[in-house]
Design a protein around this ligand. Structure first.
Ligand code: ZN
Ligand code: CA
Length: 304
């Protein structure tokens, strides 16, 4: 009994003190429980999205959508004040991953190669600021805050030690800061106007060079979080119950998130479905190491 308790403690401790891959579910659940407007608005967007998908089953935009981004670097130490080169390396990763130009697409298991998508979405640094002046698309703010958490979204507010975002109708705001035990998180699309709209990434997980830290050193945290920002759920579904629905037909139902670098097939038929290929652990919306993720599906593209 004592041994079991000790083992449980070790497992619990390891889990709670290691870096959490993504905080989006936690943030979303918190809002669902505490904000009725958000709950209604999220359901509304989800229903509308699903209706739209039914009407456009084989969607191809035929046009590349380019999203202007402003990167807000909020730093206390010089290490946290990441270089322009590190920031640019993240854009290279995004523009490969969302266009299926990533070379590790060759690692996609052959059973899923046909549904790996060129999402036809690209990202660029904003060239015009909200006042109409030219800009690098990067802001830099020194803070006295040692580390930020999700609570309060302080990095997104000038009065709380961070920096205010730019209008979310015109820009994707990405804040880079020292995040406490967390790689990143995002807001999710709803018709409720989230004052904190945007993505937050720890400075050690943005881009694929500079001060990035293994095994999250290939820029896939931003790929994953922007997936959330563009309406994607985790591949195991919403919440943490497992075998849930991600509202995407071509991603297999899976029971748990995957860590590290599993080998194919991982957890076949884990949800009692006819799924011999198991989890799509190399999907950007799982929790595997950056080097082991390499695809969005056509269904995810349609949803985005
Ligand atoms: Zn996530
Ligand atoms: Ca699915």
């Amino acid at each position: 009994m004592k041994q079991t308790l000790l083992l449980l403690l070790v497992v619990f401790t390891t889990h709670s003190f290691s870096q959490q891959r993504c905080g989006t579910t936690e943030r979303t659940e918190h809002l669902l429980q505490n904000n009725k407007d958000f709950t209604i608005a999220k359901q509304k967007v989800n229903t509308e999205t699903q209706k739209w998908i039914e009407k456009n089953p084989n969607f191809s935009s035929k046009t590349i959508i380019t999203i202007p981004v402003v990167v807000h670097v909020v730093y206390k130490t010089t290490v946290q004040n990441i270089s322009v080169n590190q920031i640019m390396s993240q854009f290279d990763v995004l523009n490969r991953d969302f266009r299926k130009l990533n070379i590790d697409t060759i690692n996609t298991p052959s059973v899923w190669k046909q549904i790996a998508a060129d999402c036809e979405i690209e990202f660029c640094l904003a060239t015009t600021d909200p006042n109409g002046n030219s800009t690098t698309g990067i802001t830099r703010t020194q803070t006295s805050t040692t580390s930020f958490g999700m609570q309060g979204d302080d990095m997104k507010s000038t009065s709380d030690g961070g920096v205010d975002g730019w209008p979310s109708d015109d820009y994707l705001n990405i804040w880079i800061c020292n995040l406490d035990n967390l790689l990143g998180y995002s807001t999710v699309p709803t018709s409720w106007n989230d004052p904190d709209d945007g993505v937050v990434i720890g400075y050690q997980y943005f881009g694929d060079m500079g001060v990035v830290q293994y095994p999250y050193n290939k820029g896939r945290t931003a790929t994953h979080e922007i997936g959330h920002w563009l309406n994607l759920e985790h591949v195991w579904g919403t919440g943490w119950s497992g075998c849930g629905d991600d509202y995407v037909n071509d991603t297999p139902t899976q029971e748990y998130e995957n860590y590290g670098c599993p080998s194919f097939p991982e957890a076949p038929n884990s949800c009692n479905t006819n799924n011999p290929n198991g989890d799509m652990f190399m999907n950007y919306m799982d929790y595997t190491n950056d080097a082991c993720m390499n695809m969005f599906t056509l269904g995810q593209k349609t949803r985005m």
